[in-house]
Ligand binder design. Structure first.
Ligand SMILES: [Zn+2]
Length: 404
């Protein structure tokens, strides 16, 4: 593929041609199997690779196997996939036991630490029919809800998604969707939300922020999904009943979403952090179009805002995100979901679920960027979801999921 001297590959379907080749499900399922074999041969389950939690450790591979095992495409291989997932999550648990965090506050990290491993272990044991083990890990997860309550529970900033309260809520919501009923009781989730709101108000007041809720992680006011405002707000908006229970919190959450909307650029992207708004420090060629930083991650917040409040401007924001990602989203960094092609591909699957507009499935004709790189677990989840777009969700974050 022609390479531009940029962070991304030129999209060959950018202008004019709307033609899409026939979608070949069998071929893509074959690719998924190839990638799974690549992972199991190159990265067998080992506690030595447990570092980095779900994010980059063996625990994330365990999640991938869980995700595929729940796919209607793989019912024949279901038991085998669950067993494989258990092999990986057991390795991640062994790593966790060997490296017990010094402080319990570090145990609460969802995407980067032990809490995420407990959640995926609970789901895999549940899928395997091992009731006692599943309960054990649910209990461990639930027991951490009081640890994250003190507003300053992490000195680096305890609200974001990878190690903070938003991540803890993300895991709690995911567990609720897996088990069909709350694992962390809803009133306890609301308390965690209250801590986030208090933390955001304190910080915003102290720093005279333009947003009524603002947060810092290692002294940077990130705005994106991974460490920043958009991921945190998304979780506050996803916890069942929280906004309805507290009108002043809803007012501040909504004003904060509108603040983010006001900093979306004309071409659809969002700044990485507030200092870039003031200083305009990033050159166009250094612009980040990632799930972690920028439009591909903030899209989920705007889609959630549209689902909640039904205002057209949130939907327009989503369209702008999608157009930007269509142009600049074929990232050179690789196939992953955080700052890679698969993460950006999810943008179109979410837009498809949001609008039912099949135009967004034109992205179902992916080209060589996938096959140019070694497979990653997130890519496999993405490919599985490409085949079944009506159920597509970024891992752990189904914005369409609602409590019944
Ligand atoms: Zn990233």
């Amino acid at each position: 593929m022609e390479q531009s001297p940029k962070r991304y590959f030129q999209n060959p379907w950018l202008r004019g041609s709307q033609e899409t080749s026939e979608f070949n499900q069998e071929m893509w399922m074959g690719k998924i199997s190839e990638l799974i074999n690549l992972i199991t041969s190159r990265l067998p389950p080992s506690a030595a690779d447990g570092d980095g939690g779900l994010y980059v450790g063996t625990g994330g591979i365990g999640y991938m196997f869980y995700h595929i095992s729940q796919s209607a495409l793989y019912t024949a291989e279901k038991d085998q996939l669950i067993q494989k997932g258990l092999d990986y999550i057991k390795a991640a648990l062994l790593y966790t036991h060997q490296n017990v965090p010094l402080r319990q506050t570090e145990e609460c990290a969802f995407l980067l630490g032990p809490a995420g491993i407990y959640a995926v272990a609970a789901a895999l044991y549940h899928a395997a029919g091992s009731v006692a083990e599943a309960q054990h890990f649910c209990q461990l997860y639930k027991s951490l809800s009081s640890v994250v309550l003190p507003v300053d529970f992490l000195s680096c900033g305890g609200d974001e998604l990878l190690v903070g309260r938003a991540g803890y809520l993300c895991g709690a919501l995911w567990l609720q969707s897996v088990f069909g009923s709350p694992i962390v009781p809803v009133p306890d989730m609301h308390k965690v939300c209250q801590s986030i709101v208090a933390s955001g108000r304190n910080y915003a007041k102290r720093t005279k922020s333009l947003s009524p809720l603002m947060f810092a992680y290692y002294d940077t006011e990130y705005l994106g999904a991974a460490h920043g405002l958009s991921g945190i707000l998304q979780m506050l908006m996803s916890v069942p009943g929280f906004l309805q229970s507290d009108p002043s919190a809803e007012r501040d959450v909504r004003a904060s979403v509108d603040y983010l909307l006001s900093v979306q650029s004309v071409d659809g992207n969002f700044p990485v952090a507030t200092d870039e708004i003031r200083m305009k420090s990033r050159r166009p060629e250094d612009e980040l179009v990632h799930w972690c930083h920028g439009a591909p991650g903030t899209l989920y917040l705007m889609a959630k805002a549209y689902l909640l409040w039904q205002e057209e401007r949130y939907l327009q924001s989503c369209y702008k995100c999608a157009d930007l990602v269509w142009e600049k989203g074929l990232l050179r960094k690789g196939p992953g979901i955080c700052h890679g092609v698969a993460g950006n591909g999810y943008v179109f699957l979410i837009l498809y679920r949001l609008t039912q507009n099949e135009m967004y499935l034109r992205a179902r004709s992916p080209d060589s960027p996938f096959s140019l790189y070694e497979g990653l677990a997130g890519t496999i989840c993405f490919l599985n979801d490409v085949i079944q777009p009506s159920k597509a969700a970024f891992p752990f974050m189904d914005i369409f999921w609602i409590q019944h």
